[in-house]
Design a protein around this ligand. Structure first.
Ligand code: 3HC
Length: 318
């Protein structure tokens, strides 16, 4: 159902949001909406690109050709997600080179989760299971986000995230039916990634400066705490099936609520990590800066080629 154009652009924007329709790049939108979309899409894109590093660290050390091929495919997918999302951000009038500059100079964020080290190959499985699992919980509702290009990018990304989650879980099932040492590696990785995965969903609702407005604009369809709870409820039975213990002594089913109760997240750790003081923040940004510098000649060659082509097209049109 398309919303009829209205005299007042703001009325049309609000009627479009109220009718659960999409805001498109050419539509009028409040400056605050545009800024929020640029912020969220850019940080999402940065997260995908930085997220290649923790797992990429294991590509050359995968235990078999099959595992290497799967991991390569997954890391390449993340690169594609990043490029896809930078394209969605550019529909809002920003340029990806500026966004990358903002990332490298610490003026834009990326997900806290990628500032933790990957200490064994079990981390590759646990990242697939927990981190991509959390991503799916967070990103499926974003397929219904009010900004058209973002929502459409999410549909394809979510399909690939499902493969990411399944390959991780299957890797862990294999290790859990292996040696005691392999089972211990899976439990150790689960212990290290569980709480940072809960932090992926953002601060508690009452401490989130953006959630209320993002919900009103239907950018977010659920609050941070709602999605965190959905992730816990989905993951506890998977941990039971896997045979690992989640590192939370307060985790228990609450029949009254119909959800799992879980312990307090260490928000001081979260604040430290997003302020740049996580285990791997400096390493992640240094790596990203180096890759960006090493790729400068490719960008220069590509833009020189594009300029030449544009010149030729203009010549031919004369
Ligand atoms: N890591 C880093 N920063 C975070 C964060 C996290 N886990 N959670 C929240 N923040 C930041 C926010 O960016 C905001 O800071 P800003 O105003 O300077 O940008 C501040 O903390 C307050 O948080 P809010 O909850 O108010 O902010 P949002 O409304 O933006 O909600 C969010 C945060 C839930 C992460 C939301 O931005 C979102 O849903 N983003 C899209 C999904 C995304 O970015 N996922 C990141 C992981 S990427 C990924 O999953 C890849 C997969 O392949 C593994």
């Amino acid at each position: 159902m398309t919303v009829e154009p209205m005299a007042e652009p703001r009325d049309h924007f609000e009627a479009t949001i109220a009718a659960d329709q999409r805001i498109e790049p050419r539509d009028w939108m409040p400056e605050g909406y545009r800024k929020t979309m640029v912020r969220q899409i850019a940080q999402h894109a940065h997260s995908e690109i930085i997220g290649m590093q923790p797992e990429g660290n294991w590509i050359t050390r995968a235990p078999s050709l099959r595992r290497k091929a799967i991991l390569l495919a997954k890391v390449q997918d993340e690169a594609g997600h990043g490029l896809y999302l930078y394209s969605a951000a550019e529909t809002l009038g920003v340029d990806r080179s500026d966004l990358v500059e903002k990332l490298i100079t610490g003026r834009q964020k990326y997900s806290s989760i990628f500032n933790y080290p990957t200490l064994s190959f079990a981390d590759v499985g646990v990242i697939g299971w927990l981190v991509d699992g959390a991503a799916i919980c967070n990103q499926v509702p974003l397929c219904r986000s009010s900004y058209g290009p973002y929502a459409r990018a999410m549909i394809r990304i979510c399909k690939e995230e499902s493969f990411h989650q399944r390959q991780g879980y299957e890797l862990l099932m294999t290790m859990m039916s292996g040696t005691q040492a392999q089972r211990d590696m899976v439990q150790d990785a689960t212990n290290r990634w569980w709480w940072p995965s809960l932090m992926m969903f953002g601060p508690p609702d009452e401490e989130s400066p953006n959630t209320a407005q993002s919900m009103a604009w239907k950018i977010k369809r659920h609050t941070n705490d709602e999605l965190r709870q959905r992730f816990v409820d989905m993951t506890v039975p998977q941990a039971d099936k896997l045979g690992v213990t989640l590192p939370d002594p307060d985790l228990r089913w609450n029949a009254e609520r119909g959800h799992y109760d879980f312990g307090a997240v260490d928000w001081s750790e979260f604040k430290r990590v997003i302020a740049g003081d996580g285990p791997c923040n400096a390493e992640r940004i240094a790596h990203r800066r180096r890759a960006h510098e090493d790729g400068a000649w490719v960008r220069a060659a590509a833009s020189a080629h594009a300029a030449k082509r544009a010149e030729r097209v203009k010549e031919a049109a004369r």
